[in-house]
Ligand binder design. Structure first.
Ligand code: PGA
Length: 234
């Protein structure tokens, strides 16, 4: 079974979600389909499509204007939440420590965190990609994970760029993540690849070793594009 997760970022509408899920529900598949949508769309009726959020507060409750807690996300219908996405790390200065606290809050509330790790172009060029990926996993995965987490390898330089690493590079990163998860006794954790996934490259990427699915940004916004990814599973 593969996991196909969409990340709508700050896009879409309730109507767009209705149209998307109507199409997705017509597909006969045993694979897990998740759409991580803006908070305001979480209450939607989506049939067999699971909804996720894109952020969660690292605090339980209290005077944190504008934040959304794990309990609120759960109540709103989120089964998953993306934590540590590159854009949160870049625009909101989130580091592995905050990401781990957020993942912890998700787990406490019965929500599966999709923990993103990956290197910037600068880190890649400095030969530090593997180091960043390994410390990303070690420092962002909480102790209470109990096996209820998903890791997404997202090379930050390839997000929205229309380019992906080579298959060898993806396998190298995923193998390191699998090894790191093994050392944490979290062997069953699914590892997704994300960044510039589309209908043409998804099938091959999902056949690589240790790739359990994909996290899709831009190509998850249009039913035809997203469906072509789901149906490309070999
Ligand atoms: P992209 O985004 O598929 O548009 O590259 C991926 C992501 O940001 O999760």
């Amino acid at each position: 079974m593969k996991i196909i997760a969409g990340n709508w970022k700050m896009n879409g509408s309730k109507q767009a979600l209705k149209e998307m899920t109507a199409e997705l529900n017509k597909i006969d598949t045993d694979n897990a389909i998740i759409l991580c949508v803006p908070f305001t769309m979480l209450g939607a009726e989506t049939g067999k499509i699971n909804l996720g959020a894109q952020d969660i507060s690292n605090h339980e409750k209290g005077a944190y204007t504008g934040e959304i807690s794990g309990a609120m996300l759960k109540e709103a219908g989120a089964k998953y939440v993306i934590v540590g996405h590159s854009e949160r790390r870049q625009y909101h200065n989130e580091d592995n420590d905050i990401v781990r606290q957020k993942a912890e809050m998700a787990i406490q509330n019965g929500i599966i965190p999709i923990i993103c790790v990956g290197e910037t172009m600068e880190e890649k060029q400095a030969g530090k990609a593997m180091e960043i990926i390994e410390s990303g996993v070690k420092e962002s995965v909480p102790n209470n994970s109990n096996g209820h987490i998903i890791i997404a390898y997202e090379p930050r330089w390839a997000i929205g760029a229309g380019i992906t690493p080579t298959h060898e590079e993806i396998e190298q990163a995923h193998s390191l993540i699998a090894k790191t998860l093994h050392s944490l006794e979290l062997d069953e954790t699914p590892i997704l690849y994300g960044a510039s996934v589309n209908g043409l490259n998804a099938g091959d990427i999902m056949s690589l070793n240790n790739v359990d699915g994909v996290l899709v940004g831009g190509a998850s916004l249009k039913p035809d594009d997203f469906i072509s990814i789901i149906t490309s599973i070999k």
